[in-house]
Design a protein around this ligand. Structure first.
Ligand SMILES: Nc1ncnc2c1ncn2[C@@H]1O[C@H](COP(=O)(O)OP(=O)(O)OP(=O)(O)O)[C@@H](O)[C@H]1O
Length: 273
């Protein structure tokens, strides 16, 4: 059975900052730590996260003691140079990779330390992924790509409605190879949203797109964020994109060097590249 989207727990989806979202939900307490406003019940809480790859001489320390929180309904942008550990961090939040140390909680539930089966259940219930290279199934049409994910949950969002919102209705019967990069990315966003997940994780969603299409894509993400109200955690190497965020986390060599709230996030159409 399909359902129309309703914002999670009655959150005010028109609110533009995590502070307001939290106020609307009555959980904002306004205490400040290290320049960042903390909330007692963040949607995502990462604590003391560390991750390395390899062994011996080829050992690479990728994340070091990473700690931060993201409020429900916020748009958080994690920015850093190539190799700074952004994807590794996003994959850990999404339950695709297990850290060496530290904990991750999403919606109050611990993600770290779960079995592969439990992680699959967690991803199905809570997480929508948008990847740089879309990861669409080439032999399936736009609608079928979205249906595959919709089938994973009992009450997916209405696919026709999603296609309409994302400007894909006229492309619904096309295969990925027949779409532009921007259309493929919109299909990937629809696929990520269709489960009704309240956490959207986007790994360089504009990375494979030209500047004009990137701007359009950010407008789409802006729109779906407002319309669907999910918490958005996006990683990018593009500093300009941080202007859209409610919260900006700067990662350098696997460490957080800055974590700040942005009281005046821009709309994507106003972004100056
Ligand atoms: N599975 C893996 N095995 C070995 N090393 C890895 C693995 N995954 C990531 N790394 C290394 O970890 C470091 C961080 O990688 P990660 O992809 O998280 O960085 P990133 O900031 O997302 O980079 P980019 O912007 O280029 O995608 C890199 O040095 C990378 O080579």
């Amino acid at each position: 059975m399909h359902r129309a989207y309703r914002p999670p727990h009655g959150a005010d989806v028109d609110c533009r900052s995590p502070v307001h979202v939290c106020r609307a939900r009555g959980v904002f307490v306004g205490c400040k730590t290290g320049g960042v406003t903390q909330t007692p019940t963040p949607h995502v809480r990462v604590e003391g996260l560390s991750r390395h790859f390899g062994a011996g001489e080829s050992r690479v320390e990728v994340l070091h003691d990473v700690t931060f929180s993201v409020a429900r309904g916020a748009r958080c942008v994690i920015v850093g140079a190539s190799g700074s550990g952004k994807s590794t961090l996003l994959n850990a939040i999404g339950g695709l990779d297990a850290p060496d140390a530290g904990t991750i909680h999403v919606a109050g539930e611990q993600v770290t330390g779960r079995s592969p089966r439990e992680l699959t259940r967690y991803r199905r219930a809570h997480v929508g992924f948008v990847f740089q290279f879309y990861n669409l199934v080439p032999d399936l049409t736009v609608t079928e790509n979205i249906q595959v994910t919709a089938q994973l949950v009992r009450r997916p969002l209405d696919i026709d409605e999603l296609l309409e919102h994302l400007g894909l209705t006229q492309h619904r019967h096309k295969f990925p190879a027949q779409l532009s990069g921007g259309q493929q990315q919109r299909c990937a966003i629809a696929r990520a949203l269709v489960k009704g997940s309240d956490l959207l994780l986007a790994d360089e969603p504009t990375g494979a797109l030209d500047r004009h299409t990137s701007q359009q894509m950010l407008e789409v993400l802006d729109d779906v964020h407002r319309r669907y109200g999910a918490t958005l955690v996006m990683v990018t190497h593009n500093e300009a994109i941080t202007a859209l965020a409610d919260q900006v986390i700067e990662l350098r060599d696997g460490r957080i060097v800055r974590d700040r709230l942005n009281p005046h996030p821009l709309a994507a159409r106003d972004l100056d590249w």
